[in-house]
Unconditional design. Structure first.
Lengths: 376, 381
């Protein structure tokens, strides 16, 4: 990839567009549109639009991937009819939801009812601006991008609770309470698991963390942190076995019971966006991001956009693990969930931090090779 | 959140039918429950009084739509007693085979619904897939998958098609293999045991006091099964064990139903062997002429035939998949039963909800109710 970052591509595209526009416009306007600041502004907009499109398409393909995989686990085929192997089924579903009317219960609070799903969706999407999909994907190197991503990620309970409470429905309220309790309980082990990665890699910058994994991936030495992180991610993204906020058996649909049409689609998309972010974070922190080990033949790692391709393969494999877990485990109960969170996950994550610190002290491991020198 | 009443139903994913469970909750704790039924009342007992004896069978299929054969069998036994008829032996074996296959199908349906209640999604499809095999068998000799109208007063409608017993044996072999998978998916899972152990406990004493029967009673350690204790039809000639468990909780009910399916497979195998070697008629040849409605003698001749037919009362109690079902049929002469009364086991099991629901969590409602195995069709009738 080298110098051709996504931002330079979108900047070049903006420049090309505006110069073409200036070519047909009269002189005073031509100078206006070919101004450097205007090009920069349009470049940023295009950058955002490309990210939006990429993340939305990925999310919808992710839903397809889950449906197909779940179908296979359940001894059936999943979506088959719209598009090749049902690939366009979710686009059709999304379009159907888009056309549907959205109802608001009379007693619901309209501000919270409408702003909740939108804020939930928007905050989930902002994270994609920070995540490096491949070298040179994001606009610049943020020294604290990992912290920022997790901070935005943990906004969600607030918006879920706002929309649940403003729905003025008992099931929604109970789902919202569960969701808030669950996400707060699993935030701590999640962050502690991340601390283990930070201790080993010596950086909060996601790109740096990936570069530190060029010799060996972190999942081996930090297996404990990986387990805690994946379990925490399952809870944060409210997937089985931790999907009790929307446990359909007792709470109908949990906190989004009253939502329909496009507002429901927002929740649905945001859920899968968060699942995608979760898988991406697992890949970035533990599975070497877009890098490949040296024994992989160079032909498989040097074609154009190889980084993105490998990254996507890993992300979908991690999400496949999530689906596998969903297909084979029952749902836990609220008190069991909290007990697992506070009694098991936090000690495990603390142990993983100590383990990581010990690894840094020892420096070299016979199996995994030498650690990078911490740059703190 | 303070204490509040929550209406779970009549439109709710937990209910598996049209009924309403009113729950008084404090946060996640259940303080009180109040099951409300009656949303599906169709007046089947009253409608039966206006129908010919054989036409009531149609209603029996609709009483319990997951165990239609069991209800047909129960009604047929009572009305044959009221009409002083006895079926050929082959018909009796066919009925027992129907009832046992139906028990497996009903328990598979229960399994599918129950695992979804605790969030296990794949076994739902597995249970439905294997139930479909049994429905295929039903379709091959009754033409229907749910509402069979197969049994007749005095026998059954038709004999089995050629090659049926071999196909049925294949299905039984397949099921025996799959039961192992079911157990591994459920009992092998720590989360499943954590969800179900010690949940919804109802002791044998409470069960007897409230009239709870069937797998719920046997899961409390009480070895009572009408097929063994009050044998009807040809169950005396068949070899099987009564499934019991000790826990009195959701896991125990799971174990009892799983074991019952295995025993039913065993019974079906014996019946299939018997059917292979004992051909014969399946409908009694000396039936009252007015029982076959389309060619029944009309006018004065028909009137005399019906008036002179001996009166009688019939009672039957069978071990339905959900519990002990009873039927009472009064024959006052004439082509219609004078009065028909049924006892639904699920009605009693459901009414005892206060005994096994209070003190648990809201999240426990679906597994507990799932373990009761509710069929609203027979509760409301």
């Amino acid at each position: 990839m080298g110098g051709a970052t996504l931002f330079s591509v979108s900047y070049g595209l903006a420049s090309l567009l505006l110069h073409a526009l200036g070519y047909i416009l009269p002189q005073p306007l031509r100078a206006g549109v070919t101004n450097g600041n205007v090009i920069l502004g349009l470049g940023v907009l295009l950058f955002g639009a490309i990210l939006l499109g990429a993340s939305m398409i990925n999310t919808i393909v992710l839903i397809w991937w889950e449906r197909k995989l779940l179908g296979r686990f359940m001894d059936r085929r999943g979506a088959m009819h719209v598009g090749y192997a049902g690939l366009l089924q979710n686009f059709a579903d999304g379009f159907k939801l888009f056309r549907k009317n959205t109802f608001r219960p009379r007693e619901a609070d309209s501000l919270g009812f409408y702003s909740g799903p939108i804020a939930y969706m928007v905050t989930s999407m902002i994270i994609f601006g920070i995540l490096p999909i491949s070298s040179g994907w994001n606009s610049g190197s943020l020294p604290l991008s990992l912290l920022l991503a997790l901070a935005i990620f943990s906004f969600a309970p607030l918006f879920i609770f706002v929309s649940a409470w403003s729905s003025n429905n008992k099931y929604s309220l109970m789902g919202g309470m569960r969701s808030a309790a669950q996400m707060i309980a699993y935030e701590v082990p999640l962050l502690l698991a991340v601390v283990a990665v930070v201790v080993v890699s010596g950086s909060f910058d996601l790109s740096t963390i990936v570069y530190e994994q060029q010799n060996y991936w972190f999942w081996g030495p930090l297996i404990l942190a990986l387990i805690v992180f994946v379990a925490g991610m399952l809870a944060e993204t409210e997937r089985i076995p931790f999907d009790l906020p929307e446990a359909e058996a007792e709470l109908v649909e949990g906190w989004n019971t009253e939502y329909g049409g496009m507002l429901f689609a927002f929740f649905m998309l945001a859920d899968y966006l968060r699942a995608l972010v979760g898988s991406i974070l697992v890949v970035l922190l533990f599975l070497g991001g877009w890098t490949m080990p040296s024994w992989v033949p160079s032909a498989a790692t040097s074609f154009p956009l190889a980084g993105i391709a490998w990254f996507m393969v890993k992300t979908y494999a991690v999400f496949g693990l999530f689906v596998w877990i969903r297909a084979s485990l029952p749902r836990v109960r609220t008190d069991q969930l909290l007990r697992i969170g506070w009694n098991r996950m936090i000690p495990l994550s603390l142990a993983s931090v100590f383990l990581a610190a010990a690894l840094v002290m020892v420096k070299c491991l016979p199996v995994f090779g030498c650690l990078p020198s911490p740059g703190i | 959140m303070s204490e509040m009443w929550l209406n779970m139903g009549p439109q709710h994913p937990m209910t598996h039918g049209l009924w309403n469970l009113r729950v008084k909750i404090d946060g996640e704790m259940i303080l009180d429950v109040d099951p409300e039924v009656g949303y599906l009342h169709r007046g089947i007992e009253k409608i039966s009084e206006d129908r010919h004896y054989n036409e009531v069978i149609t209603l029996m299929d609709r009483c319990c739509y997951v165990a239609g054969f069991a209800w047909e069998h129960m009604y047929i036994l009572a009305s044959e007693q009221a009409l002083h008829l006895s079926p050929p032996e082959r018909a009796e074996y066919l009925r027992v085979m129907c009832e046992e296959l139906q028990r497996i199908a009903s328990h598979l349906m229960w399994y599918a619904a129950f695992v979804v209640d605790i969030g296990l999604q794949s076994p739902f499809l597995y249970g439905m897939r294997d139930r479909d095999l049994i429905l295929d068998l039903f379709q091959s000799y009754t033409g229907a998958r749910m509402t069979y109208e197969y049994m007749r007063v005095g026998g059954v409608r038709n004999d089995l098609p050629a090659g049926f017993t071999d196909r049925a044996r294949q299905v039984m072999d397949w099921l025996d293999k799959k039961f192992v998978d079911y157990d591994r998916l459920c009992l092998g899972s720590t989360i499943f045991r954590g969800r179900c152990d010690g949940l919804g406990v109802m002791t044998a004493r409470d069960c007897v006091a409230t009239g709870v029967t069937g797998p719920m009673l046997r899961s409390a350690g009480m070895k009572r099964d009408l097929r063994r204790d009050r044998p009807y039809s040809v169950y005396k000639q068949l070899d099987f064990e009564v499934a019991v468990a000790d826990g009195a909780d959701v896991t125990a009910r799971y174990l009892v139903r799983m074991e019952e399916m295995r025993q039913s497979v065993r019974i079906v195998r014996q019946v299939l062997d018997w059917l292979d070697h004992h051909p014969g008629p399946v409908l009694a040849d000396r039936l009252p002429r007015w029982l076959g409605a389309p060619y029944a003698p009309q006018g004065r001749e028909g009137y005399l035939l019906k008036r002179n037919y001996p009166k009688g009362v019939g009672f039957s109690a069978i071990e339905e998949p959900h519990g002990e079902a009873q039927a009472y049929v009064v024959n006052e002469g004439g082509e219609h039963p004078y009065r028909v009364k049924f006892r639904s086991p699920v009605f009693a099991n459901l009414s005892a909800a206060r005994h096994y629901m209070i003190g648990y969590h809201v999240a426990d409602i679906p597994p507990i109710m799932g373990s009761v195995d509710i069929c609203i069709g027979e509760v409301d009738r």
